[in-house]
Design a protein around this ligand. Sequence first.
Ligand code: ADP
Ligand code: MG
Length: 698
Amino acid sequence: MLDLDKRSIMYLPGVGPKKAEILQKEAGISSYEDLLFYFPYKYIDRSRFYKVAEVTDGMPYIQLKGRILFFDTVGEGRTRRLIGKFTDGTGMIDLVWFKGINYVLDKIKTGVDYIVFGKPAEFGHIYNIPHPDIDTLDQADKVANGLTPFYNTSEKMKKSFLNSRAIQNLQYTLLSGLNWTLPETLPPAVLNRIHMMPFHEAMRNVHFPESVDKLRKAQLRLKFDELFFIQLNILRTSNQRKLKLKGIVFPFVGDCFNTFYKEYLPFELTNAQKRVVREIRADMGSGRQMNRLLQGDVGSGKTLVALLSMLLAVDNHCQACMMAPTEILATQHYATIMGFLKDMDIKVALLTGSTKKKERNKILPAIANGEIQIVIGTHALIEETVVFSSLGLAIIDEQHRFGVEQRSRLWTKNVVVPHVLVMTATPIPRTLAMTLYGDLDVSVIDELPPGRKPIRTVHRYDNKKAQLYDFLRKEIEQGRQVYVVYPLIEGSEKLDYKNLEEGFETFKEVFPEYKVCMVHGRMKAADKETEMQKFVSGEAQILMATTVIEVGVNVPNASVMVIESAERFGLSQLHQLRGRVGRGAEQSYCVLVSSYKLSNETRKRLEIMVGSNDGFEIAEADLRLRGHGDLEGTRQSGEGIDLKIANLAADGQILQYARDIAQDVLNEDPDLLSEPNQILNERLKTLFAKKVNWGMIS
Ligand code: ADP
Ligand code: MG
């Protein structure tokens, strides 16, 4: 592609070092190619001119044609603004600028016809258009023919005069500088099959649409491209892996597994658990390396499946490890597993960041010589000092918490790649799973252990706290325990911790007769453990926490989950949190507390939570909500995959089509060696050079 990915955006006329830095930081644009692939998130029809007299409340973006009669500056300091009195003969409207006043005064003249574009607002019965785009009549034709694209821009970008319009101007400079032609990304055979718009025409139309029809075709072509290369990459790697990677064969179901299953298992497995265990057993006995994703809603009993799989490894004279994202979780898994195994003769060790040096010095050699058969731990497991004698199975719990690279480091611990089981309670919709883990085998536990009552979820506003406290008191009086969770969000940690601590004080005052404890990420591991233990043992009735308890923690007696500032959580996170209750036989509740003022999207999110207990349903809804391409200022992305134009919620069919075509290409030419396919090789290199190989690690 003309090496556009190697040409720095700094050298594009009109950019320079300062703007380049902002483009890079705020929009991830550092090369010519990044800019081209910075697509508009919406388009507005500018084919019609409105009259000033027609302007009413709640209009979308509109355009007017007329002139500014005079300018006026009003206000002082922060309220200082520039007003241009604008008319088209049918009425008057104010054009308003709070920033860049001198720039406007310098550029825009009174008494000259302009096209003015923006969103009217009402202020004290007078309509105005804040920060409108202004074009001379001839400029407007050149830039867009009716359809105006809108690009995401941050406040910082706008402050540096990189608004949506400026981005479009840069696109113009770039594309006209390239004579509007870009080389094809697909070989002729593929192009002949798909019958889509040529790449250069698609790029041009997505930034400068000639018509609605051409825009649609352009988007289709670019979505196809995006999904095609992702699928091609995944499928190629997975094919290679299947050829190369032999798995350790686990032929026996031996004493450990059988004894445990027959004599120690405290309850019968659910049918779903049985099925998944069978699938895993078949995989590990097949001679091919297992690479399996185990999805199961919170509370569906994944830990037990993990344990049974590890016992299979032990029966086959291999070690197994299980990695959890937090120390609390790892510790809990360890306790759970020890509880299950009771007096069985199996050596299990716990290894976390706070394992004492003395202890560590004992554990590490025992892992290295094979004496320890099962290791439970955190990131500590992937440190270089941890050497296994024969790691046969690696289990990763709650995978979305781990970075891609961290995961892959477990793999390299062995000469032979171990079997891998990734467990997640975040159900992944099909389209997303295909994109993220195109070659993973997927198992699903779609059944909860018997006797669980569905959790009742309600939404309450935070000005009605007294009622909430009454409700909590009643539950606690009946011997139950309560979680209260506060958000902890990157960028607002200071305030978030303050909210938690204030909440803690309030709860201690409101519930003097009970014990309230608190856990958060800033505490020392040992303190965290002590506080957590108070709750687990039942000594404390109320646990206040940040999202550290999000995954995995299991206290069956806790029956109420209160989520403060629920509007600040995503759907899947809310569902995860809710899953901490409803584990015992009692009726459980989840109370979503939010402020009164909510955006429509947020209100929807909370409604979905109130209306559904089904993780898959929620995940689909989440994808649809987040995938909504029209939300200003949001860039849609699947977990960890940055999609620039395709939308996994809406473009499932294109995805399937792209996958089929990619598979056909690879069936004919598995290593993409043929001359026409070199173009694909090159493109894959550009696209995935920096990224770790998805197919290989997941
Ligand atoms: P998750 O899938 O969220 O990790 P856990 O493995 O923590 O779920 O299991 C949740 C609870 O259900 C645990 O207390 C576990 O002992 C219990 N459990 C698991 N399987 C069964 C079963 N088949 N019958 C009854 N209880 C079960
Ligand atoms: Mg779990």
